[in-house]
Each structure stands twice: as structure tokens, then as C-alpha cells.
Design a protein around this ligand. Sequence first.
Ligand code: ZN
Length: 104
Amino acid sequence: MATQQQQEQQQEVQAKCTSCGGTGLYKGMAEPPGVAVICLDCEGTGARTITFIPYTGRVKCEDVQTVQRSAGKFIAFGTGPVGEKLSYQDFLKEIPEAEVVATT
Ligand SMILES: [Zn+2]
């Protein structure tokens, strides 16, 4: 679904693996003291590559006229809209877009 422009802006960073704290090793309930298993999320490297597109301002939605809150906690569940309706123009005014932070 990414447009040509988004793909051009896509960037990668090496981040410390949050699953193992960058150790490459995981120690859970099943492992006896002094024993660890190789972290599945980073395959023992301690690093994960994160792909992202830098935020350059809120993208306008051309096909939306009415905005409501989602009924579900997770939009993926598709539980439908609830509550107060507001026009897309009011949404743009009432919920300001995030500040664009310049990356160095
Ligand atoms: Zn890891």
C-alpha cells in the first residue's frame, strides 16, 4: 500500500533488541540458573533493524467526510464507530497534527 514517495523516504535504524535487552540471550522461567537460550527476536545478535518512514506532517484523507472514535481498543478489530460525530474539517482543527521534529 506504500506509495512510491513513501518508499523513497523509508529509512532503517539498528536498534537494541527490546526482547533481550541487547544481550542476544533470553532467560525465562524454563531456564535453570546460569543457562540462557538464544533470543528468537534478534537471533542472538542483540540488534533489530527497524524500518520507518519519517513523519512529515499528517497526511490528508480525501475520501472522509465524517469522523468518530473507534468503538474498539484496537482499530484492527473493526468494531465500528461510536459517539460524537464531527466533520473531517473539525477533526483537523480539534486534533492538531503532531509537531514535525527535524532529524539530524
Ligand atoms: Zn534479542
